[in-house]
Design a binder for this molecule. Structure first.
Ligand code: CTP
Length: 414
């Protein structure tokens, strides 16, 4: 990416109260090196960690701290601060700042500016691991994402408070890259970056009939696949979602094909080809009953319980990956594992023949709560990427962006 992505861009950096605030000094320096103008709001808590003098020296601008600084308010009010920015960056985004943003609360210059702005906002969360994993913070994160707030990090690693966690603030280089990415995506000039790409997503459980009223199933909610279809469609991909039975509303802009069984799911997928990318997120039942009764199986008095013989269902991911005609150029599978997560996922990728596998660590020690948070490793041909503890929606958005990067780089190489 050329340095000009940031040339003359106006960044309003809101520095929250956390030990990671010191990284903002490096971020400011890097942004200015790339030609950006940086203004800052330093929260009261933020000023406990970095001084207005060091921030102001690096930005070469006054540092804004108080909502009721009348002299400054007369010179440049909080509305003007937002009006005069191309992007607002909140770093570190503390649990408190995220909660206030998600709920539209104000009380100081930072939160008032964030509520008054109509400009894009990028946050770099950082907090104690338990605060991050708390349902309240995850709810706020989901709300912020639904509101269109962009997120960078957090990262895995030891915390300043000596608890191992996944919530260190992204490094200055990563925040810089996210800001550059923001501006380069906007450089599509209103065009959707995945426009022209066809995507197929499988999602949900399958129901395998025993008789006309009974079936075998699993507990999959379908949330992950629906979120992926939504994220791909939002980036402009022409998206087909082949869904087993779920309670979820059809995602906007996505063609939904509803199916019940694994065999129907495979047939619907094959009928949707060719596509550029297939993402198999469905929890397909591995087995079905060999003959499903055409009439309800009756419980005759004294009769023993029926013997159900199970036979294997088609493996949709493996079938699509091994197609000779119409094989999508990029096939992505999922793997939920409880132990040796990466090792098993690497083997699964090879066995199924897909290009990428999203390995989901569902072991109890990850702190994954109620299936809402995911710890993910993306296994590709080139190795492994470790993603932080994230809600399913964030995993979906990250995956969609990763797919975008794949097609963009490929185009460049072509
Ligand atoms: N999958 C599929 N069709 C099947 C079974 C699985 O398309 N009949 C896909 C899932 O959508 C997922 C991937 O295969 O993308 C891995 O699913 P998983 O259940 O983890 O793998 P299994 O093959 O069932 O292996 P195991 O249960 O032994 O881990």
């Amino acid at each position: 990416m050329s340095d000009s992505a940031l040339q003359n861009r106006r960044i309003l950096l809101i520095i929250g109260g956390g030990i990671a605030a010191y990284k903002c000094l490096e971020l400011i320096r890097r942004l200015r090196d790339k030609g950006a103008r940086v203004r800052t709001i330093l929260t009261e808590a933020g000023a406990q960690f970095v001084t207005p003098l060091s921030v102001g020296t690096l930005t070469g601008e006054p540092v804004f701290q108080s909502l009721f600084d009348l002299t400054r308010e007369a010179e440049i009010g909080h509305i003007e601060l937002s009006r005069d920015a191309d992007l607002l960056v909140v770093a570190p985004a503390t649990a408190d700042l995220m909660a206030k943003m998600a709920n539209g609360l104000t009380g100081d210059l930072a939160t008032t500016t964030l509520l008054a702005t109509d400009k894009p906002v990028l946050i770099a969360p950082a907090m104690n691991v338990r605060m991050w994993a708390h349902r309240a913070t995850q709810r706020n994160l989901e709300q912020l994402m639904a509101d269109g707030v962009e997120i960078v990090g957090p990262n895995e690693g030891p915390m300043a408070c000596n608890e191992y966690g996944f919530v260190r603030m992204a490094e200055p280089a990563e925040i810089l890259a996210a800001i550059e990415q923001h501006f380069s995506e906007n450089a599509f000039k209103g065009e959707l970056p995945l426009k022209g790409i066809k995507a197929l997503v499988t999602s949900g459980p399958t129901h395998e009939p025993i008789d006309p009223v009974r079936y075998l199933a699993n507990r999959s909610s379908g949330k992950q696949g629906y979120a992926i279809a939504t994220a791909l469609a939002r980036l402009g991909a022409e998206t087909v979602l082949v869904s087993g039975p779920t309670n979820l509303p059809p995602p906007p802009g996505v063609t939904v094909k509803n199916v019940e069984t694994a065999r129907e799911m495979l047939a619907a997928c094959e009928a949707s080809l060719p596509v550029d990318v297939a993402v198999c997120a469905a929890a397909v039942a591995d087995w079905r009953v060999d003959v499903d009764a055409t009439q309800k199986i009756k419980k005759e008095a004294g009769a023993k319980a029926p013997d159900l013989r199970l036979i294997e269902n088609p493996d949709i991911l493996a079938t699509i990956s091994k197609l000779t005609a119409n094989r999508p150029p990029l096939v992505v599978g999922f793997a939920a594992e409880t132990e040796k997560v990466v090792e098993h996922a690497v083997a699964k990728r090879a066995r199924k023949g897909c290009d990428w596998i999203v390995a989901n660590d569902v072991s109890p020690e990850t702190g994954v709560m109620g299936g809402e948070l995911n710890t993910v490793h993306l296994i590709t041909r080139d190795g492994q990427e470790d993603w932080p503890l994230l809600p399913k929606q964030a995993v979906a958005e990250r995956l969609a962006r990763r797919i975008l990067a794949h097609f963009t780089n490929k185009d460049k190489n072509a």
